[in-house]
Design a protein around this ligand. Structure first.
Ligand SMILES: [Zn+2]
Length: 166
């Protein structure tokens, strides 16, 4: 900060900016709005107390946080930056739900394309062939056996009839 020109805080508060001014390193005179909004929301004396209570190496982060929170409070007087945080949290959970739905859809499509989980396609083919052969044979056997049953019953009737006749 140039020797004589006071920092934005001291200019707004109409006081002499000393060498050990708490605000000077963080509120330069070329950005008066930065201090104005922090002063409006938190009050200059509260900001001064907060800055003096924390280590010097953390003060720049604290000031940028205070500026961010003050801007959020002016935009949203009820919720402030909590409104922005909860809006973003809602967005995250909505997107997580969309992602879960999309992953479930992918799983469904994959299962429709590959219903049988087998190591190689060749094994699937031969297994499916033997599966169909095994399924077709019992059908013929059942049909044959059912006709055999009919034949048997006819034979029995014939035998019975023969018995009746004889
Ligand atoms: Zn100052």
């Amino acid at each position: 900060m140039g020797g004589n020109s006071p920092c934005a805080s001291c200019k707004l508060l109409r006081r002499r900016c000393t060498k050990d001014c708490t605000f000077a390193p963080y509120f330069p005179s070329d950005d008066p709005q930065k201090f104005a909004i922090v002063h409006k929301v938190f009050g200059a004396s509260n900001v001064s107390k907060m800055l003096q209570e924390i280590p010097v190496q953390q003060r720049a982060d604290a000031v940028s946080s205070l500026v961010y929170e003050a801007n959020a409070r002016v935009r949203d007087p009820v919720y402030g930056c909590v409104g922005a945080i909860s809006y973003l949290q809602n967005q995250v959970s909505e997107l997580q739900m969309q992602l879960a739905v999309a992953q479930a859809e992918i799983l469904c499509i994959q299962m429709q394309h590959d219903p049988v989980v087998m190591p190689t396609p060749d094994i699937i083919d031969s297994d499916q062939k033997s599966y169909f052969l095994q399924n077709e044979f019992p059908q013929y056997l059942n049909f044959g056996s059912s006709t055999n049953v009919i034949h048997d019953s006819l034979k029995r009737e014939n035998i019975f009839g023969h018995d009746m006749v004889s």
